[in-house]
Design a binder for this molecule. Structure first.
Ligand code: HH2
Length: 265
């Protein structure tokens, strides 16, 4: 899944794609590089990000979705917490609602997802984007994230979202310290074993810099992002959400070829 952020402030590509032509060119490149999905975001969720009004978020995302829909059948996901933005995106041709609040931001999120009938990503976050990295705390991060995701999947199904449309995501970097992120990555099979497809977002995130302090700029975190994406694939995640599609597709293909040779050799 290739990321296109039409925001002025996303941590890795913010500000570069506010021009509609630049955003479309970026989306086309990700598709050419081998993306199976595009995830379009119009509000940054990075720690400390400023909230965006609903109308502004729709005005940023919709032209890109509509333009893509005119020229390609690439599946499109909308990265938003707001039911109204998800609704507008699905009407324009998106088929997945990627919600970092696991349909918990508004009282009508669950019912809206059921009504839209699209695929839904339920992601775990502790706290809110503005403050989530201040002091994340868990007794057992893997058990707590797993229990949260199961509870949200049950709530979504009780609200009428079909089981087959649900995806789970541990939310790497969302209210988590380095140790929390690593524990989740080391034990991902606890989440992939729940029977839902899992989406994993590790691309260019700050945990890479905590391990390699020279990787100050998000664009310098490709090696660490690939290592984490490969670990995710080995643990059975169904999709990785990345900025560097070409490199990730290549790394996954080489890992798959090696696994295949091991099975047949
Ligand atoms: N990470 C980000 C945004 N959305 N959605 C899911 N499901 N999983 C993630 O890990 C995830 C996500 C953060 O990355 P990015 O979009 O590059 O930055 P920003 O939130 O600043 O726009």
């Amino acid at each position: 899944m290739g990321v296109v952020n039409v925001t002025p402030d996303s941590f890795s590509d913010g500000g570069r794609l506010m021009d509609p032509d630049a955003a479309l060119a970026r989306a086309r490149k990700l598709v050419a590089d081998g993306a199976d999905w595009l995830d379009i975001g119009a509000e940054s969720t990075r720690p400390g990000a400023e909230p965006v009004a609903e109308a502004e978020e729709i005005a940023r995302a919709l032209p890109l979705i509509a333009a893509l829909r005119r020229e390609s059948d690439i599946p499109i996901s909308i990265d938003t917490m707001k039911p109204a933005v998800a609704r507008a995106a699905v009407a324009a041709g998106a088929s997945m609602w990627n919600d970092v609040t696991a349909l918990g931001w508004r009282g009508d999120s669950l019912a809206s997802a059921a009504e839209l009938g699209c695929q839904v990503v339920l992601m775990h976050m502790q706290g809110e984007p503005g403050t989530m990295q201040a002091a994340p705390r868990y007794d057992d991060v893997v058990a707590e994230v797993t229990a949260f995701l199961v509870a949200r999947a049950e709530a979504a199904m009780a609200a009428g979202v079909e089981r087959s449309r649900l995806w789970l995501d541990p939310g790497i970097g969302f209210g988590k310290s380095l140790e929390h992120n690593l524990a989740l990555l080391a034990d991902l099979d606890r989440i992939t074993g729940l029977g839902f497809p899992v989406l994993l977002g590790v691309s260019r995130k700050a945990f890479v810099r905590r391990i390699d302090p020279t990787a100050e700029a998000p664009g310098d975190r490709l090696g660490g992002s690939l290592a984490a994406a490969l670990a995710g694939a080995r643990a059975g995640v169904a999709m990785v959400r990345v900025h560097d599609v070409r490199e990730t597709v290549q790394a996954l293909a080489v890992q798959a070829a090696i696994c295949d040779a091991g099975r047949h050799g």
